[in-house]
Design a protein around this ligand. Structure first.
Ligand SMILES: Cc1cc2nc3c(=O)[nH]c(=O)nc-3n(C[C@H](O)[C@H](O)[C@H](O)COP(=O)(O)OP(=O)(O)OC[C@H]3O[C@@H](n4cnc5c(N)ncnc54)[C@H](O)[C@@H]3O)c2cc1C
Length: 434
């Protein structure tokens, strides 16, 4: 049996069996087979979680035959899609239907089920993240039953399973809110550290989405503001292929990628290089259908830890993280990404019940990430931080329970839907308990 490895290369596992179910019946059969043999089964996405959340330790189920949109309800503005649909396929199919997601993270490689299962988020937006847009789902439970959950049928399951960590069942279809395809305009510009922090709240109130990158060891900050420009597609002003190739693919991935790989071996050069890199990222404006503006290509493999803290505390937490990094002697060559999200009502969403500010710390895959993440994590924890379920962290069930008021509801539903722990793996045992 081949070894499973996640995108970052940080996690591997040796499944005992592998299958690619073509329909719901085949998923049910795989769960029953695992139950009968006393084993475990896990549907993976595209392995874009940095944690071992999707590491299969028994049967590995691949999602590649469970893709595509099944139906559209134009009146309700909802779409039902198969759970394994990659977001980039979903975006293309939605665009062909004149529809769009409200918001997105910064890549579209993940599957729909994988993205919602860890609470994948973007920045800003007037509506909460993708998991909070889910209004229906079908999943195969740990007793091998197919269960439909909507606001009127098994509503308690729908409520909790919108961020299910793969612990409650294998999702086969997901129904979620969409909106008419719209144009998004991006304005990217450099700021100084003090100027950026002073302006942040105003920018976040004025723009529809604000993504901020701070270059460690410098006073340089790059801010991307996205503005909704309506549904008239003639407002599109996309970057030319050449600009895209030069700015995004080449500069951000190739030059930074090569430089960060080299600089990790010459850490003293990092502050100077970060200043140079920040300067190369210039001012630019472009507009396109929303998903093309939200999403960027990421060719450089990195490691990431991301925490959500209460929105009001966010900038002070960032200042505290900077002070700790400056005093540490560590040299970090990847920008820190800062985002925000409105509160939602999903029990295990990192934005559950509170407006949130996200701080994401990255290192190149050739660099040591542990010292850096270990320096930042206690600061984030001290501010009631909640780690992204798909990004590196060291938290356990005992210390996660206090930061999620409805943690016990999740555990109770897990006991009901997966009494034999057929979906368990080491990661779930750590964050949820046995
Ligand atoms: C380059 C990069 C950029 C990223 N950008 C962002 C970002 O902007 N915002 C953000 O929030 N996160 C981001 N992430 C994290 C990523 O969105 C999440 O980790 C996401 O869960 C990955 O989806 P996946 O399809 O790869 O799922 P996997 O990582 O393979 O699996 C995640 C979980 O979903 C479960 N799962 C998958 N399919 C099913 C199913 N059918 N039924 C039940 N459970 C299932 C798995 O078992 C596992 O528990 C990024 C990650 C990378 C590597």
């Amino acid at each position: 049996m081949s070894t499973w490895t996640n995108w970052s290369g940080l996690e591997t596992s040796r499944p005992t069996r592998e299958a690619t179910p073509a329909d719901t019946d085949a998923v049910v059969a795989e769960v029953r087979r695992a139950l009968d043999s006393g084993g475990t089964v896990k549907m993976v996405g595209t392995g874009h979680s940095f944690t071992a959340i999707s590491a299969p330790q028994g049967t590995l189920l691949r999602p590649t035959a469970l893709t595509g949109i099944i139906s559209v309800d134009h009146e309700a503005q909802t779409v039902t899609a198969r759970a394994g649909t990659p977001l980039k396929v979903l975006n293309a199919e939605l665009e062909a239907l004149g529809l769009s997601l409200h918001n997105m993270g910064d890549i579209a490689e993940q599957t729909l089920a994988g993205a919602i299962s860890t609470g994948t988020h973007g920045t800003g937006g007037t509506a909460a993240g993708l998991s909070a847009q889910v209004v229906g789902l079908e999943l195969v439970t740990g007793t091998g039953e197919l269960l439909r959950a909507t606001p009127t049928e098994n509503a308690d399951v729908l409520d909790v399973a919108r961020v299910g960590l793969g612990a409650l069942g294998i999702l086969t279809t997901i129904t979620f809110r969409v909106e008419p395809l719209f144009v998004l305009e991006a304005v990217e510009e450099p700021f100084g550290w003090a100027e950026a922090l002073a302006a942040y709240d105003e920018l976040a109130a004025r723009a529809d989405h604000v993504d901020m990158y701070w270059f460690p060891h410098t006073d340089r900050v790059q801010i991307k503001q996205n503005f909704r420009r309506g549904t008239d597609l003639s407002a599109r002003r996309p970057l030319s292929r050449l600009q895209l190739a030069l700015d995004d693919r080449f500069l951000q991935n190739t030059v930074f990628g090569a430089a960060t790989a080299t600089l990790n071996r010459v850490p003293a050069a990092i502050p100077g290089f970060n200043r140079l890199g920040a300067r190369l990222l210039s001012h630019r404006t472009y507009a396109d259908v929303a998903h093309r503006v939200f999403v960027a290509e990421r060719d450089v493999v990195f490691r990431e830890m991301e925490y959500a803290v209460p929105r009001a505390a966010g900038l002070d937490v960032l200042r505290e993280c900077r002070r700790a990094l400056d005093a540490s002697g560590l040299r970090i060559s990847f920008p820190v990404e800062l985002r925000n999200a409105p509160a939602d009502d999903v029990p295990l969403s990192t934005a559950s019940g509170r407006d949130s500010f996200y701080l994401a710390f990255h290192t190149h895959r050739a660099a040591e990430h542990r010292d850096y993440f270990a320096l930042m994590e206690p600061i984030l924890r001290a501010h009631d931080g909640r780690p992204h379920w798909g990004k590196v962290h060291t938290r356990t069930a005992a210390d996660l329970a206090p930061v999620y008021p409805r943690f016990a509801d999740f555990l109770a539903l897990r006991d009901r839907l997966d009494p034999q722990r057929v979906f368990a793996n080491d990661y779930l045992r750590r964050v949820l308990g046995e």
